[in-house]
Ligand binder design. Structure first.
Ligand SMILES: Cc1cc2nc3c(=O)[nH]c(=O)nc-3n(C[C@H](O)[C@H](O)[C@H](O)COP(=O)(O)O)c2cc1C
Length: 195
């Protein structure tokens, strides 16, 4: 598949067929997701991959799916055969920038932007695109209770989940109401030479 087709086909999918993702495909998707850039090559991103049905059901409950179902939404999380928690470890930057070759660099204490979230976002985007390239679909959900997710999955206290990716074979679902807003035209968001 051409890169442009992968990008064009990617959309957040919130319902999946009752069909597992084969192990080799999942491994390839995750391998791609680990290849993103990171400041100082600190490599702060961690993934927790959950396929076991009871744990996926527990994650769905933690994320409020029963309430979503009562409101008439699709069984997004329970229908997805794979959940991937994407998380970052901020301490990786402090450790990396304490190394000798980084002594002269402005490290995390001087950054105007917390680059762990930037690098986590880059990994997230790779994961979403790799899923499409592999013939799967993916969705991303903000997790309102990251501490609950930490407890459920045994994620260490210095690792922060940034959200949950669902992976699987797409089933017909409802498009997000937000898409009614349409895409901002390039002329509005791209500035040439100066703002
Ligand atoms: C940081 C981030 C958080 C999001 N959180 C949610 C969410 O909690 N629930 C949801 O249904 N969609 C969520 N989305 C999906 C967006 O609504 C979606 O990307 C946007 O409407 C554009 O649609 P598309 O990705 O299908 O093109 C999130 C997307 C991003 C990038």
């Amino acid at each position: 598949m051409e890169f442009g087709d992968v990008v064009a086909r990617r959309r957040m999918v919130r319902r999946y067929r009752d069909e597992p993702v084969d192990e080799a495909t999942l491994a390839a998707v995750l391998d791609t997701a680990t290849r993103g850039p990171s400041a100082g090559w600190s490599q702060p991103v961690r993934f927790v991959v959950v396929t076991e049905p009871a744990m996926r059901a527990a994650i769905a409950a933690l994320c409020g799916e029963p309430e979503h179902l009562r409101r008439g939404l699709d069984p997004w999380l329970t229908s997805a055969p794979v959940h991937v928690v994407v998380a970052i470890r901020e301490a990786d930057y402090r450790e990396r920038y304490a190394e000798r070759d980084k002594a002269a660099s402005r490290g995390p204490a001087g950054w105007h932007v917390p680059y762990w979230w930037v690098d986590g976002g880059a990994a997230l985007q790779l994961l979403l695109l790799a899923a499409v390239y592999a013939g799967l679909a993916a969705g991303f959900l903000d997790v309102a209770d990251p501490d609950g997710l930490r407890r459920l999955l045994g994620i260490p206290s210095d690792v922060a989940p940034l959200g949950l990716v669902t992976l699987g074979h797409p089933a017909p679902d409802r498009r997000s109401g937000s898409l009614r807003r349409g895409r901002r035209p390039a002329a509005e968001v791209v500035h040439h030479e100066r703002w």
